[in-house]
Design a protein around this ligand. Structure first.
Ligand SMILES: [Zn+2]
Ligand SMILES: [Zn+2]
Length: 132
């Protein structure tokens, strides 16, 4: 009598367990495929994603009153005050708050307004003035 009760309890458990194993296998299969596509990314240089802190420091640093085109920061949509530090995008001369520009440019190497790509050569242009 007791055996049949145990069996009745054991069978659903076995069913659940096998379902769980299948689920884990599917999960493992799904996740084991992901790292393969992920590992191909870190191989590429990080600088491709955005600017390094070093490159950010080479960007022209100005104040709000020195901005050429408008004083609205396209990142936070706030006004850049005259005395606030701002970052100028070389080439297109769009200006943003220093911290807004650095946050954006460290992730995307493009101008948030006109999508102009930041050429690494722009960062060395100031150093080129030195006679070789
Ligand atoms: Zn801003
Ligand atoms: Zn721009």
């Amino acid at each position: 009598m007791l055996d049949s009760v145990l069996l009745a309890l054991f069978l659903p458990c076995l069913g659940m367990a096998s379902l769980f194993v299948v689920y884990i296998c599917l999960l493992w299969y799904a996740t084991s495929r992901h790292p393969q596509t992920d590992t191909s990314l870190p191989v590429k240089p990080v600088s491709h994603q955005g600017l390094s802190a070093d490159e950010l420091h080479k960007l022209p640093k100005v104040t709000g009153k020195e901005l050429v085109i408008g004083t609205e920061c396209a990142v936070c949509l706030d006004e850049i005050q005259n005395e606030q530090p701002a970052r100028l995008v070389p080439g297109c001369n769009h200006g943003f708050h220093l911290e807004c520009a650095d946050t954006w440019l460290s992730k995307h190497p493009i101008c948030p307004v006109c999508r102009a790509r930041l050429d690494p050569q722009l960062f060395t242009s100031s150093e080129k003035e030195n006679p070789c």
